[in-house]
Design a protein around this ligand. Structure first.
Ligand SMILES: [Zn+2]
Ligand SMILES: [Zn+2]
Length: 236
């Protein structure tokens, strides 16, 4: 009854456009149709969506040129003007309302990776975000996925050992230099990482430089394999 009364007072709103919707954490139909949820066919390694089906285990040009240190990356949706609001919600919305949707989306997009993983690890707090606002989207997503799947989450398995500048607006090479040597495995959690398959979580995959260096740090600490799951990824 309380839930019903609250629903009348504060009706659930679309996470993107604030239109009234049937339940908390939902999207209205027009917004749902605009968000580009990623599905097959995709690059077998980095999860980049392909226009056409090209067969099983096909790699994109980027992965063929140089395989990333992580085994596989998967994302829920393409990062564009429609989905940007969903990433921003993580900062400005009541997380308990978001957890069912976001946890469910991540669990669906990362189904195969989750089945193969022992432990969930978020990308550590981005230093510039730390300065602006003490809020870690990656840790939040990791927790939501942990609740959904029952997998263990180690929020501080990775440490940022050097401040990095915002990645926005940097070239690929600049991004690469920016995050080089910026991460290390937390010595306190090495035993929980050693020999394990790690599911690394972040909000957005852009060039992948941050996720690649986090993966390397985990592998250096003895992780058997690292897979990556993000809420969004750039597709161009
Ligand atoms: Zn909407
Ligand atoms: Zn690829």
């Amino acid at each position: 009854m309380l839930a019903r009364a609250l629903n009348l007072l504060f009706p659930p709103q679309c996470l993107i456009c604030n239109a009234i919707v049937g339940q908390n954490g939902a999207l209205c139909l027009p917004c749902w149709q605009q968000v580009r949820f990623i599905s097959d066919p995709i690059c077998a390694c980095c999860g980049l969506p392909f226009e056409y089906k090209m067969g099983e285990h096909v790699l994109c040009g980027e992965c063929m040129r140089a395989m990333p240190p992580y085994a596989r990356a998967r994302s829920v949706f393409a990062y564009d003007e429609h989905s940007r609001a969903l990433v921003l919600r993580l900062k400005y919305h009541d997380q308990t309302q978001l957890a069912p949707s976001y946890g469910g989306w991540l669990a669906a997009a990362g189904k195969e990776l989750i089945a193969a993983s022992d432990v969930i690890v978020p990308v550590p707090l981005h230093y510039w975000r730390f300065v602006k606002r003490r809020y870690n989207q990656s840790a939040l997503l990791a927790q939501m996925l942990g609740q959904k799947t029952g997998l263990q989450v180690i929020p501080d398995a990775l440490k940022r050992i050097r401040a990095t500048t915002p990645q926005t607006g940097l070239t690929r090479k600049q991004r690469e230099d920016n995050v080089k040597g910026a991460f290390t495995a937390n010595p306190r959690h090495v035993s929980a990482v050693k020999g394990k398959t790690i599911l690394l979580i972040d909000d957005v995959l852009t060039t992948g430089a941050t996720l690649e260096h986090c993966s390397k740090a985990l592998l250096k600490a003895g992780a058997m394999q690292v897979n990556v799951l993000t809420l969004a990824r750039t597709v161009n």
